[in-house]
Design a protein around this ligand. Structure first.
Ligand SMILES: [Fe+2]
Length: 192
């Protein structure tokens, strides 16, 4: 006979609760859960970006273990996985010169810069002929501490983030699906 800890939801709760979360992360997660209860999915990216903004730059937001980067590529840290699998909160730590591929997302997303500066480039998917698709750049800008943005699911908001210099950067990302097992599965990588 299964115990109450053997259900998928119970396992998810145990998994997320086992993460060492600071009060600020728990508070942010509770605010996002309230939004997820109240709003249609199409309204969540912008609403979550607004909810995330006041937490950016707070000295009490991240445990030091979640500010560690990697010499090989930007590093993802799992901060919180919603027990109902509706969203995941990640911290991305960037060293100068590190960047994402050009990509879309398998879920909606909201992102904010916690520390440092990031370059954000936007792209359109175009027919390159002979049945091939390619991405052409449409905009380029910089985002600094406290700046937020959001994207819809799929290929409508194709982009690339890069850390070009300084002392590196840290960004906080909220994505609209469970990524606790494979955070990298959020990206749909595209040719460029
Ligand atoms: Fe992205």
């Amino acid at each position: 006979m299964a115990t109450r800890f053997d259900t998928p939801l119970a396992r998810a709760q145990l998994s997320s609760f086992s993460l060492p979360q600071r009060p600020a992360i728990r508070d942010l997660a509770a605010r996002i859960a309230t939004l997820a209860d109240a709003l249609p999915e199409t309204a969540l990216p912008a609403a979550v970006a607004d909810a995330l903004q006041p937490y950016l730059g707070r000295a009490d937001l991240l445990d030091p273990r979640y500010t560690e980067g990697d010499v090989e590529q930007y590093r993802r840290h799992l901060l919180y996985a919603d027990p109902l699998r509706r969203f995941t909160i990640l911290a991305l730590v960037w060293r100068p010169g590190q960047q994402t591929p050009v990509h879309g997302h398998t879920a909606w997303g909201a992102v904010g810069v916690h520390q440092g500066w990031l370059e954000a480039r936007s792209y359109d998917l175009v027919d390159a002929g002979s049945g091939l698709l390619s991405c052409t750049e449409t905009a380029c800008g910089e985002a600094g501490p406290g700046d937020t943005s959001c994207v819809q699911t799929g290929l409508r908001d194709i982009h690339r983030l890069a850390c070009r210099g300084g002392d590196g950067a840290i960004s906080i990302h909220v994505y609209g699906r469970d990524l606790s097992q494979d955070p990298g599965s959020i990206n749909i990588t595209l040719p460029h």
